[in-house]
Ligand binder design. Structure first.
Ligand code: RIB
Length: 324
């Protein structure tokens, strides 16, 4: 029997990455190195899930250009069922990424064709959504199309995961009503908390990452419960993640002894591996899937690049085994 399908609806972006010792200051020029490769949060997550052993489909939009053709070739080589709408009058999405010697990054993404992904493009592949056990969305493509896809997937009884990245000013919190599992990072968590009417009394108006870091697990769990979403997994960078569910919470620590060279796409590695594991283990095995995802994210930061840095299932299992 074929394994359950996991469908990602979101962005493909060509990453244009510059590596340097320190980020340039405003007005400064520094000498560095350049690399380009496939990226985009939706596509990175799909690659992470496929390499983690998932049966993966990707729905997105690209331009009629070399980057768009490269996207299709890359997905086919990764074994992904690639459903790309071609937006002939628009370029494929691109991102300018700077990575410094401390493995930190700064990113500007030009959505381009991703922003023209339309609800009709989603309808054209509704069969894939109907056949999915898990559906994953981010906020890096057209928001109306992504909201439509989440609604369709939910109606088809798929588990709907939202990674609210990048957080955008036009994000409508009402979208959370269609989400079963929300996976924000620290910054996205703070923005969402400030946005939600239900959280306003619980935190200061300037609630930020520094204040979040001072919370204990129980306090963070209490804030997660304000979202009205069954499961919230807050990824906490080098610390690990907190899994908050209606019935309780668990903290999963980052794996120690991992040498990070590039943290770009670590969140995507987590979300992709999590979705693949959840489809395989079953929707009740959230914590087990989060441990698997934690190991996937740890491995991804040991390599440069985004999609090409995603680890394969055997590596994730070996890491988990070595730490058990
Ligand atoms: O999450 C990392 C990704 O964000 C990069 O691949 C870049 O394309 C941006 O979309």
């Amino acid at each position: 029997m074929a394994s359950p399908r996991v469908t990602f609806v979101g962005s493909f972006v060509q990453d244009l990455t510059f590596l340097c010792a320190e980020f340039p200051r405003p007005g400064e020029t520094v000498v560095g190195r350049f690399a380009t490769g496939p990226g985009g949060k939706g596509s990175n997550q799909a690659v992470a899930a496929a390499r983690a052993g998932g049966r993966v489909a990707f729905i997105g939009a690209v331009g009629n250009d070399a980057f768009g053709r490269g996207a299709r070739e890359f997905h086919v080589a990764e074994g992904i069922d690639c459903r790309l709408a071609i937006k002939a009058d628009l370029p494929t999405g691109t991102a300018g990424i700077i990575v410094n010697a401390h493995a930190q990054n700064e990113i500007i993404v030009a959505l381009n064709a991703n922003d023209s992904l339309a609800p009709e493009d989603i309808n054209a592949h509704a069969d894939v959504l109907r056949d999915s056990m898990v559906m994953v969305s981010q906020l890096e493509a057209n928001l109306a199309a992504q909201a439509h896809a989440m609604r369709l997937a939910g109606q088809a009884k798929a588990t709907v995961i939202l990674n609210p990245a990048p957080m955008r000013p036009d994000f409508d919190p009402a979208l959370l009503a269609d989400v079963h599992i929300l996976i924000p990072n620290e910054t996205e968590f703070c923005t969402l908390t400030r946005l939600l009417p239900s959280s306003r009394d619980a935190v200061a108006a300037d609630f930020d990452e520094r204040q979040l870091a001072s919370l204990n697990d129980a306090e963070l769990h209490t804030l997660c419960r304000q979202f009205g979403v069954e499961t919230v997994i807050v990824t906490l960078g080098a610390r690990g993640c907190l899994v908050s569910r209606t019935e309780g919470h668990a903290f999963i620590a980052t794996m120690l002894g991992i040498k990070a060279v590039d943290t770009t796409g670590a969140g995507d590695a987590f979300v992709g591996a999590f979705a693949a594991a959840l489809a395989e283990y079953g929707s009740d095995a959230v914590e087990k899937a989060a441990r698997f995802a934690n190991a996937g994210a740890a491995l991804s930061v040991t390599r440069a690049g985004t999609a090409p840095a995603m680890p394969r299932r055997a590596e994730i299992e070996a890491l988990l085994e070595s730490r058990s």
